[in-house]
Design a protein around this ligand. Sequence first.
Ligand code: TRP
Length: 445
Amino acid sequence: MAAREVFSSRFGFVMAAAGSAIGLGNVWGFPTSAAGNGGAAFVVAYFILAFCLAYPVLMVELTVGRYSQSGIVGALRKVSPSGAKPLGVMVAAYGVTVASLILAFYGIVAGWMIAYFFEAVAQLLNQPAWAEWLTSFGITRNIIFMLAFMLLTMWIVAGGVTAGIERWSSRLMPVLFLILVALISYVLTLPGAMEGLKVYLIPDFSKLSSELILDAMGQAFFSLSLGVGTMLIYGSYIAKKENLPSLGVTVTLVDTGVAFIAGLLILPTIYVAKEMGTQVFNDAGTLIAGPDLIFQVLPSLFESMGTMGMFVAFAFFLLMSIASLTSSISMLEVPVSMALEEFKWSRFTATLVCAAVITLCSLTIVFNFEVLFGFVIDLTTKYSQPILGLLFCIFAAWLWNRQQLIEALKEGCPDLEKGLFIKIWPVYIKFVVPLLIILIIYQQL
Ligand code: TRP
């Protein structure tokens, strides 16, 4: 068998992992959850959960992945004692299913982003009829752009780890960052922006509730791409000489940092729209945060900005499309690496077959949109991801040999022995993380 591919540099890994982590969850989910949940109160809860709960789980995935040198199925099999191996395979299968279902709905939403991107192009080319079609919610449009997005995702994943995933993440992530900064610099000069900043940055702790904590936890797990084996697989492509705890911190910081920065764009933009007379609160008096925000509030703002608005819309939906693409490739890599390793298919065949199956799931959702769309999102992101994160901790801390866990972690950072991390983390993922996750989910039920 050919040697396993390895990310060619630290930078390459950070871009790929940040590319996976930074997606619609950061630029849309996080800012709008913050807006609807007491602004900075949610931001604070999110940051605490990201570092105290999501980061330790990220470390589990990276460590198990690099140690086992395989995707989720092989990894959970390898760290399980002989009697528990079938259990490992079952949990892995659950993870692969959840990853695939996440891509199935994500592909639809990402398709909308591409459609709106082309709408901006159509406006710039003065083609109002195309623009109209691109922005009206219809089954044909949804299918065409979901397929286009899936093809792009497939094309990158078929290229492999370094020539596909790493190369495109390293190219696209800096572009994403530049667009984000440019948009913020512009929006903050507009009237109303400061009001949005206030709502975002001044906490209203009266909004803190168990619901908010569950939301913040789901958001943190979703944003760091946890629970389904994405980070585990990326971990398996990290060279042995790299220091895992510090890579994990970098990824968590970049991800939460970009979520925070995206809030500096979205919240002010909403209040600029309000200032310009767009309706930003619904009849019940709450902020419009779901799809209507992205596909009605913001476009109507861009429209009222004249020619400049066309460029802003172009940049905004390009940003959203790039963010989606560097995330979707990491989702597709989960089933693809399983097919490569378990069924010994070629990367091309594996990519083709996995993408085809997921596209069928997407089509099922498109045709039963009202019933399935929200249901699949809640099932996968709100419940399955934290539960799987919990199961990963159980495998790493309870079923796997403690000595091997420590050795695997120490590779690439012999000095670890001296620090606090190694004293706290193994105990922490054994008791604290599982308990917290159970508690938060239980509170909700
Ligand atoms: N983290 C990405 C976002 O914030 C989405 C994502 C990529 C993801 N890979 C994942 C979510 C794996 C769950 C599982 O949009």
